[in-house]
Design a protein. Structure first.
Length: 133
């Protein structure tokens, strides 16, 4: 498989799971919402398993030191709501990338990834409503 495709898989799996972890911690520790926390955690664990066939090859293509994205200036957040919104966007965007790549490399998993993306949309609505109250 193309090494750059493997790098994209690695980056997108990491981005989605990191975003989920941020939201999990907020839901768990700030809102004490065990049910939502567990839903997020389950999704976070499913994503890497969908691409387990490409591990460790994808990790071995990682080039963090020379990644041009490393130089992008990080956002500053005003509050928890902005952190949550930004991380939900990060998750859904990276799942979309994985979904598109799966169409080419593992078509049988496309629907599973799409289903996770739609679960994220529903959880985003629920969590954002909770935070905005």
């Amino acid at each position: 498989m193309n090494k750059n495709i493997l790098r994209i898989i690695d980056a997108s799996v990491n981005r989605s799971t990191e975003g989920l972890r941020v939201i999990e911690e907020i839901v768990r520790f700030l809102y004490n919402d065990e049910k939502t926390y567990k839903k997020l955690r389950i999704i976070r664990h499913k994503i890497p398993r969908l691409f387990i066939n490409y591990y460790p090859q994808s990790v071995l293509q990682r080039n963090s030191c020379k990644d041009p994205g490393k130089k992008v200036k990080e956002k500053k957040y005003k509050n928890i709501k902005h952190i949550v919104i930004s991380n939900f966007h990060r998750i859904s965007e990276s799942l979309r990338v994985l979904e598109e790549l799966a169409k080419m490399i593992q078509p049988k998993k496309v629907q599973k990834i799409k289903n996770l993306r739609y679960k994220i949309y529903d959880l985003e609505k629920f969590v954002v409503e909770k935070i905005c109250r």
